[in-house]
Design a protein around this ligand. Structure first.
Ligand SMILES: *Cc1c(COP(=O)(O)O)cnc(C)c1O
Length: 462
């Protein structure tokens, strides 16, 4: 195992965390109906539920917060953000939104019609839910390697060009645009190569379609390109990021991820025409077009975060920390997706618990057991989150992967926290054969695609 790089930052302000006792954890689980989303944060010692909005701000970002211009329309903060987007990503038009899914609501809600199809490497859960909400269907075009957890390949987030072309030919006019998620979150945080983005872009042009990126983790993707794509080894991360963006007509961005803010989202666009067509929905759902549901100070913190995310020392540490956690788990025998992605470790829960049928939610059993063991909170991303129904027969379709995700917040946990997490998971792995229960739903929300957020669960012996 290679140790992680030492942290390229030091503490300036701290936040106390507490390890609850065994009895407290049991009670917390019961009160949460065994759903990690319903746990109180105070009952969690290490919180790996998501890396979304959970990172630490830099002192420069705290300073920028004080500069916020809270004018309703045309605030200075908006123009500082616009300049930052232009410099870092190259787009002329920006729409702030309160977070990533709000940006998705603006783009997908404005441009997608009922019955449409959207080719995408793999949609993130909220992206998928927004496509459903617009009565459209995502068409997964990710390379087959994405479904082989142990296969070591550098760009398992890539779009399979043959699948994409097939979708373009099959659905023709019913495709409003193509989307690519960088990195591919639902597939294990796996990167997309610059060459692949360029090829997808060329195909989009050939078929007269626009290409939008879901760019929440664009900086991690840029770093992976620098490490793994020979032609880009001598480019700076910032230049690679710009080159990635050059392939697209726009992007939706959850700024709670790589752009390093606690709240915020963006739609960025190249054409004025696209920009104009999205504005009505911004006013309807977010607020005026120069603040989009955010405070002026949030826009300023984001303008700084967009520049900080391409700090190569920061990103080298982040990725080495995630990789070290992955290596410690591999050494303990735990089946994880390889190679380790950017923001998280994904455990193959199907392989961890081969004796628990997928319909009884093994990934969520794993969530419960890891919390029970060490008050570490991750999240199941398997059948509970991604179960589909056949539109014709109504029969349940299980997702190909049954994963448990541990997402690492940015600039927040130390390398020694990683050791604690690994020990906790390995302890559960050692007693895996004695874990013999499944989960059933006692409450299921009536909206497809969001079950895991709101579900109530009950264990039953197998
Ligand atoms: C987090 C995320 C989103 C949704 O963003 P929110 O800020 O959580 O609303 C969309 N796509 C990807 C790839 C994400 O990681």
């Amino acid at each position: 195992m290679q140790r992680a790089l030492p942290e390229p930052f030091r503490f300036k302000s701290i936040e106390r965390i507490h390890l609850p006792g065994r009895e407290e954890r049991e009670q917390a689980l019961r009160e949460a109906h065994y759903n990690m989303f319903a746990l109180k944060a105070r009952d969690v010692y290490i919180d790996l539920l998501t890396d979304s909005g959970t990172g630490a701000l830099s002192k420069e970002q705290w300073a920028a917060l004080m500069l916020g211009d809270e004018s309703y329309a045309g605030a200075d903060s908006f123009f500082r953000l616009k300049d930052s987007v232009k410099e870092m990503l190259g787009f002329d038009y920006i729409i702030p939104a309160h977070q990533g899914r709000a940006a998705e609501n603006i783009l997908i809600g404005s441009l997608v019609k009922p019955g449409d199809f959207i080719p995408i490497n793999m949609p993130f859960d909220t992206t998928r839910a927004h496509m459903f909400n617009a009565q459209a269907t995502p068409v997964n075009c990710v390379v087959d390697a994405a479904f082989q957890p142990e296969l070591e390949q550098p760009f398992k987030g890539n779009v399979d060009l043959a699948k994409l072309e097939d979708a373009l030919k099959t659905h023709g006019d019913r495709i409003p645009f193509i989307m690519v998620t960088v990195t591919n979150n639902s597939g294990g945080g796996q990167p997309v190569s610059l060459q692949n983005l360029r090829d997808v872009s060329a195909m989009a042009r050939k078929y007269g379609k626009k290409l939008f990126l879901d760019a929440a983790r664009m900086a991690e993707n840029a770093f992976f390109i620098k490490e793994r794509e020979a032609e880009c080894a001598n480019m700076s991360m910032a230049a690679i990021l710009k080159a990635m963006m050059d392939t697209a007509d726009g992007a939706t961005i959850s700024c709670k991820k790589d752009p390093m803010v606690n709240i915020g989202g963006l739609v960025v666009l190249r054409s004025e025409e696209d920009y104009m067509s999205l504005l009505p929905r911004v006013v309807l759902f977010e607020g005026f077009i120069t603040y989009g549901g955010l405070a002026g100070r949030d826009l300023d913190a984001l303008a700084v975060g967009l520049r900080e995310m391409v700090d190569e020392e920061y990103m080298a540490h982040r990725l080495s920390q995630v990789r070290m956690l992955g290596d410690m788990l591999i050494e303990g025998g735990v089946p994880i997706i390889r190679p380790v992605g950017g923001h998280a470790i994904f455990i193959d829960a199907g392989q961890f618990f081969p004796h628990i049928p997928q319909k009884y939610f093994p990934a969520d059993v794993l969530s419960i057991e890891i919390y029970r063991e060490g008050a570490v909170r991750g999240v199941g991303l398997g059948a509970l989150a991604f179960e589909d129904k056949d539109p014709v027969t109504g029969e349940k379709i299980m997702p190909k992967l049954e994963l448990y995700r541990m997402a690492i917040a940015r600039r927040t946990y130390s390398n020694s926290h990683m050791e604690y997490i690994a020990q906790t998971v390995v302890n559960v792995y050692k007693r895996r054969d004695s874990i013999r229960y499944g989960l059933k739903l006692t409450y299921e929300p009536p909206v497809p695609g969001i079950t895991h957020f709101l579900a109530r669960l009950e264990p039953f012996a197998l």
